[in-house]
Write a protein that binds this ligand. Sequence first.
Ligand code: FES
Length: 106
Amino acid sequence: MITITMRNQDGHARTLHGEAGLSLMEVAVRNGIDGIEASCGGACSCATCMVYVDESWRARLVPRSEFEEDMLELAFEADETSRLACQIRLGPEHDGLVVTVPGEQT
Ligand code: FES
């Protein structure tokens, strides 16, 4: 199991446990995380699964694809720490990942 911390804008944090092979979005949705709408179901075409990745984790993730970059341009208040949770495929290397869910999505 991979342990993930998801914070909201109020600073409240939830600890989630996901299996390798799932996306971060799938783990969030399965755990009913508010703010992760994921309306396209993980097809990288809605930008409603955006999260802010904790600074200490940014360099440890696979870089954004060109497609993800394009979608993030449409996301509400995306910044350099933003990632689409559906594009982060979890593996053991993500154990301890910390992200923040925005208060609002596109
Ligand atoms: S779920 Fe739609 S872009 Fe991630």
